[in-house]
Write a protein that binds this ligand. Structure first.
Ligand code: AMP
Length: 397
């Protein structure tokens, strides 16, 4: 399949003196063939993640929730919401195969909040792979639980453990946590996991990739055995299945195929053959009208910073997100990108996990991903909630 952006390789040589080219020295074989980076978005009914003949009113949620859903402008439930909400309301365990972008956060939060409105003695633990995903879930929780007296706490690394233990002491209803920090607090007797009678494991495959398997097992083991358990993962590996088996009782399986990013995302490659510097090719792209909100991936923190400096020097509105930045800086950067304070964000893979910014028009893989799974994760940041997105991958091999 030919592509629109390929012609850069034949452009005239740069009139600038040769400088270092960002990204090349980190090139490593990804084992991904070029063909895997090319696909057309499928604009058929299957790419629609909504269930058009259903309404949120059909779920009989508490009036406060109906109002909050309305103020978030959710009118039509997504497929996962349509299938999971009634099952969770009926008290069932859920095995959900779905990734971010499918509307899964509201799919588990709405019925859980509904349950807690009716019984405030419950405790719910939500375990997530990253700080960013945790804080996004907490943001959504605050909006959806507005007007109820339900409280939450975010238990993540990089923030004061004492503050978190202080809030836990007041027994919030919802504990949103990354596994490592939660285990730390449990070991200091700062949380009673035996009281947790509702648990949600979100993005299990990511947690396993990040090496959290032992922490997850450790945590599950301590929970109230008479609990309601929800499990969400984008893919089901052997390990993920083992976790699901130890967690769930007679689960309802909800599998959302069509949210796969490939369906919504036009994917293409940009070949750079040395006749024009990579960063200049990128600059040309970013000057195009349609590149409104762009997320650029580099493999290393150093490349992210260098590229950010280069684009900043070229007067672009840009910032960089990576693991060397403090948590408060990362939150500020993500919020700024969401608000549109700047329209180009450069990120490393780890920093972008769970990043949920709507209307990202383009994802650019400036450095190729390490593996195909990372690729799928990266391009899933665009084309969200049924919108079409674009993903471009620089190839210089
Ligand atoms: P999630 O898969 O939970 O990360 O959600 C992806 C995005 O879809 C988020 O920006 C949500 O705010 C949005 N969203 C979730 N449910 C709906 C809905 N029913 N209608 C419109 N947008 C939604």
């Amino acid at each position: 399949m030919e592509n629109r952006y390929k012609s850069y390789g034949h452009s005239r040589p740069s009139r600038f003196s040769p400088r270092r080219s960002y990204g090349r020295n980190t090139r490593k074989s990804s084992g991904i063939s070029t063909n895997q980076y090319i696909a057309k978005a499928i604009e058929t009914e299957t790419s629609n993640i909504y269930v058009t003949d259903a309404l949120f009113n059909d779920f009989n949620l508490d009036p406060i929730l109906q109002k909050n859903v309305l103020s978030k402008r959710y009118t039509i439930p997504t497929k996962i919401q349509n299938e999971a909400i009634p099952a969770i309301l009926a008290g069932k365990d859920i095995l959900g195969i779905a990734s971010t972008g499918s509307g899964k956060t509201a799919a588990f939060l709405l019925p859980m909040i509904n349950k807690f409105i009716n019984d405030g003695t419950q405790t719910c633990l939500i375990v997530v792979p990253t700080r960013e995903l945790g804080s996004q879930i907490q943001d959504e929780f605050r909006e959806l639980a507005k007007g109820t007296n339900l409280k939450s706490v975010l238990i993540i690394g990089g923030k004061s453990i004492r503050d978190q233990m202080y809030i836990l002491d007041k027994r919030p209803h919802f504990i949103i946590a990354t596994p490592g920090r939660l285990k730390d607090i449990f070991d200091r007797r700062g949380v009673n996991l035996g009281e947790v009678n509702n648990v949600i494991l979100d993005e299990v495959d990511r947690m396993l990739d990040m090496g959290f398997i032992d922490d997850i097992r450790y945590i599950i083991d301590k929970l109230d055995p008479n609990r309601q358990s929800l499990f969400f993962s984008a893919t089901m590996s052997f390990k993920a299945e083992a976790i699901a088996n130890s967690l769930l009782k007679n689960p309802v399986k909800v599998e959302i195929e069509s949210q796969s990013p490939q369906h919504n995302v036009d994917q293409d490659v940009i070949r750079v053959d040395g006749s024009k510097r990579k960063e200049e090719v990128l600059l040309d792209l970013l000057s195009k009208e349609e590149f409104k909100r762009v997320l650029i991936f580099t493999r290393t923190k150093r490349n992210a910073d260098k590229l950010s400096d280069y684009l900043y020097d070229q007067k672009l509105n840009v910032d960089a997100l990576h693991g060397d930045k403090r948590q408060s800086q990362r939150t500020r950067i993500i919020d700024g990108f969401k608000r549109g304070d700047f329209n180009v964000l450069i990120a490393t893979d780890v920093a972008s996990r769970g990043l949920d910014v709507s209307n990202i028009t383009h994802v650019i893989n400036y450095d190729e991903p390490e593996c195909y799974e990372d690729y799928i994760h990266r391009i899933g940041r665009t084309g969200r909630a049924g919108k079409k997105g674009f993903a471009l991958t620089f190839i210089d091999r």
